[in-house]
Every structure is written in structure tokens, then in C-alpha cells.
Design a protein around this ligand. Structure first.
Ligand SMILES: NC(=O)c1ccc[n+]([C@@H]2O[C@H](COP(=O)([O-])OP(=O)(O)OC[C@H]3O[C@@H](n4cnc5c(N)ncnc54)[C@H](O)[C@@H]3O)[C@@H](O)[C@H]2O)c1
Ligand SMILES: O=C(O)C(=O)C[C@@H](O)[C@H](O)[C@H](O)COP(=O)(O)O
Ligand SMILES: [Zn+2]
Length: 367
């Protein structure tokens, strides 16, 4: 880890595909962080109609003056994480005559980041891209690790590629304009790191969740640094999810089922993951891995973070199971879930008896 006055740099160590994560205040308008990655000088900034009026001009001012800069401003929302939007990026690249040395820059939340990365992975069989995440969720999770892709009506992120960015630039100042509901959604993924790998971080989150929701800058910086460090270590160990990386999916088998069933965007990704993590914790209790007190601790923290604790009223057990059977982690016809052996210690298992899962889905509170 290296630091100057206010910026900290972490590294995602992947051999020749290694890249830095720069975390600081006011980085958006400063070209020093990006110029090393813009050798081809053709730059396509991909953003959306919410983020563009807030940050696009400032961001462009920070790009080296000799770059040919174009932009695509996409519609907003999870429902736009689709091939239609990715096609708009490819159209813009071709209309601009951009070549294999161009660089795509994702300026926005996880939706923009996932789609821009996927567009980059496919354009002329792969060009460079940079992540400039502007939501808490994208700063702590989606901008790091190279999972890119789009949704399918039948399932989340079903079409995609592993394609690592060349750099991640996190300007924590962008969080001041983030709606509180989106901040809470980002906290779900932060809590996830504590639950899967770091009991001390979990305890820190319990003590600091109010400060995080109040946008306390020291607390946010700590949460982002810890989250990125934990994710970078897991990705470095297992880039393409052959093993330990699957733990980052805690709550996602349930959560992705909720997102797809409700229609993309009705539940935010972080909200669905938050409820999914509580479902995973409760199933872990029924396996006698967690105590009731521990599950209550998880529920209290999610509640304090402003996240929902009940599943959607219109989702039956069979709705859940039908969606969960399509999950990417499954092998053959066996469901594989991330469950908790302890708080701070997760595992991937196909050993949860189907009848126990069904009973959980029957009993779990609905809103
Ligand atoms: N690739 C990965 O590893 C990974 C990890 C986690 C989540 N994801 C994906 O990320 C997506 C969710 O990302 P998200 O939570 O960032 O949602 P998002 O990209 O939809 O952004 C949330 C909302 O905030 C707006 N916004 C963005 N920055 C803002 C700012 N600074 N101020 C005000 N408004 C701002 C957006 O326009 C949007 O309306 C999901 O599609 C999820 O599947 C991917
Ligand atoms: O980086 C990962 O690996 C994750 O699983 C992070 C998750 O938070 C993220 O939502 C990811 O997009 C889910 O991946 P998927 O493979 O389950 O679609
Ligand atoms: Zn997620």
C-alpha cells in the first residue's frame, strides 16, 4: 500500500493483469491517475443520464489534453443492464472509428461498470477499460475483480466475461450526492465482507454504521479501504471463481432470485443481497452452525444499515427455488449456497438438505 497526502493505492495482484485501486478525495479532476493507461489516446467515457450532469464535465477536465475524448450517456437503472445498452456503446465506438488501442472509462455505479467492462471485453476482441465508480456499492465491490456482464430476463448477470480493468479510480467525494437508499444498498456488500472473512471488521461496522450513513468521511474511507483490500486479496487468489471467490456470493443466490423475480430495479441489488444474507444466516442456524443470538446480530446490523429484513410478499417458496436452480454456482442439479460456519467465516456447500431449505423459504418473513 502506498500513500501521498490523501490518496491510498491498493493493488490487485494478477501477474501481468495486475492493476491499482486509487482511493482518495477529489481524484476525478486530476489527470495524473489515468494518463499512464491512455497510451492509445482514444477515450470513450461511458456514463448515464444521472451521473453525467453531476460529474462528466469535471471528469473530462481531468483527462490529458491530447486525448480524443468521446462519451456515451446511457439511460439509468438496473433494467437497462442489457444487450441494448451495450450495443449503444459498440455503436459509439465504431462511429468514432476507435481502434484496438482505445480505452473505455466507466463513470458511474455498478450498472455502468458491468456494462462498460463487458463492452470492452468484446470490442475488437478486447480493449482496455478503467473503472471510475461513483456509488458506494461500486467503490467497495463491483469496480474490483473483473466480473463484467448484463442481465437476462431469466437471471442476473447471465451473460458476461471476466475482463479486468487497467485501473480503478475511487473519488470518495462522489458519495455526497448519492441518495440514502443507494448508500444503504452499498453497505450490504460492505457487511458481506465482515460476514465472510473478517469478524473484527464486522464488529467495527456495528460500531460505525451510523457514522457511515451520516457520510462521515473517515468512516467511509476506512470501510472502502477494508472492503477493497478484502476483495483484492480474494480475487488475486481466485480470479475466475474456481474456489474461494464464490464466498463473495454470500446472499446472492437468494438475492439474485429476488431481483429477477421482482423485475430488475424494483429491489436494489444491495437490498436483495442484504435480505439474502439474512436468509443464509438463518439457514446456517437451522444447520446448527450459527446461534439465534448470532442471527439476531446480523439482522440488527442490516436493520441499522437501512436494509430490508423480509422477503417480498409476492414470492413463494417455488418462485425462489425456480430462480435459485438457475444460479451460476450450481453444478449438475445440486444447489450450492454460501453459508456461515461462524460470523466472519463462510463456506460454499451443497450439503444443506433440500427440505431444510424449503422450510426456510416457507417460514422466512415476507414484507
Ligand atoms: N461486477 C461485480 O463484481 C459486481 C459486484 C456487485 C454488484 N454488481 C452489480 O452492480 C449493480 C449495482 O450497482 P450500484 O448499486 O452502483 O447501482 P447503479 O449503478 O444502478 O447506481 C445506483 C444509482 O445511483 C446513481 N448514481 C451513481 N453515482 C451517483 C452519485 N455519485 N450521485 C448520485 N447518484 C449516483 C445511478 O445513476 C443509479 O441511479 C448491479 O447490477 C449488480 O449486479 C457487480
Ligand atoms: O466479485 C464477485 O465474485 C462477486 O460475486 C461480487 C458480487 O457482489 C457481485 O454481485 C457479482 O456480480 C455477482 O456475481 P455472479 O457471478 O453471481 O453474477
Ligand atoms: Zn453483489
Amino acid at each position: 500500500m502506498s500513500a501521498d497526502a490523501s490518496t491510498t493505492t491498493l493493488s490487485v495482484d494478477l501477474g501481468e493483469r495486475s492493476y491499482p485501486i486509487h482511493i482518495g478525495v477529489g481524484l476525478l479532476g486530476d489527470s495524473q491517475w489515468l494518463s499512464p493507461y491512455l497510451a492509445g489516446r482514444q477515450v470513450m467515457v461511458v456514463t448515464n443520464e444521472v451521473v453525467a450532469p453531476l460529474y462528466l464535465e469535471r471528469f473530462k477536465q481531468g483527462l490529458p489534453k491530447d486525448c480524443e475524448v468521446r462519451e456515451v450517456v446511457l439511460p439509468d437503472g438496473e433494467h437497462t443492464k442489457s444487450l441494448t445498452s451495450v450495443s449503444l456503446i459498440w455503436d459509439a465506438l465504431l462511429q468514432a472509428g476507435f481502434n484496438r488501442r482505445c480505452t473505455l472509462i466507466a463513470l458511474g455505479g455498478g450498472v455502468i461498470g458491468d456494462m462498460t467492462g463487458y463492452a470492452a471485453a468484446c470490442y475488437q476482441r478486447g480493449v482496455a477499460f478503467i473503472q471510475v465508480p461513483t456509488t458506494l456499492l461500486s467503490q467497495v465491490d463491483s469496480s474490483v475483480g473483473g466480473k463484467t456482464g448484463i442481465n437476462h430476463p431469466l437471471g442476473k448477470n447471465m451473460i458476461g466475461a471476466f475482463w479486468q480493468p487497467k485501473a480503478v479510480l475511487i473519488d470518495t467525494n462522489t458519495l455526497v450526492t448519492l441518495p440514502p437508499r443507494e448508500l444503504s444498498a452499498g453497505l450490504a456488500e460492505v457487511i458481506k465482507y465482515g460476514l465472510i472473512r473478517d469478524a473484527a471488521f464486522l464488529a467495527w461496522l456495528e460500531a460505525n454504521v451510523a457514522a457511515l450513513r451520516a457520510l462521515d468521511s473517515d468512516a467511509l474511507r476506512h470501510a472502502i479501504l477494508e472492503s477493497c483490500a478484502l476483495k483484492a486479496a480474494i480475487v488475486a487468489e481466485d480470479e475466475t471463481e474456481q474456489g474461494v471467490r464464490a464466498l463473495l456470493n454470500l446472499g446472492h443466490t437468494f438475492g439474485h432470485a429476488i431481483e429477477a423475480h421482482q423485475g430488475y430495479g424494483a429491489w436494489l441489488h444491495g437490498e436483495a443481497v442484504g435480505t439474502g444474507m439474512l436468509m443464509a444466516a438463518e439457514l446456517s442456524r437451522r444447520l446448527e452452525w450459527l446461534s439465534k443470538t448470532q442471527v439476531e446480530r446480523v439482522a440488527r446490523l442490516l436493520d441499522a444499515a437501512g436494509l430490508p429484513l423480509a422477503a417480498p410478499a409476492n414470492m413463494s417458496t417455488s418462485d425462489f427455488l425456480a430462480r435459485m436452480r438457475l444460479d451460476k454456482k450450481n453444478i449438475d442439479s445440486k444447489l450450492r449456497l454460501i453459508l456461515l460456519r461462524h460470523l466472519g467465516d463462510a463456506c460454499l456447500t451443497d450439503q444443506a438438505p433440500p427440505e431444510l431449505l424449503e422450510r426456510l423459504l416457507d417460514d422466512f418473513p415476507r414484507d
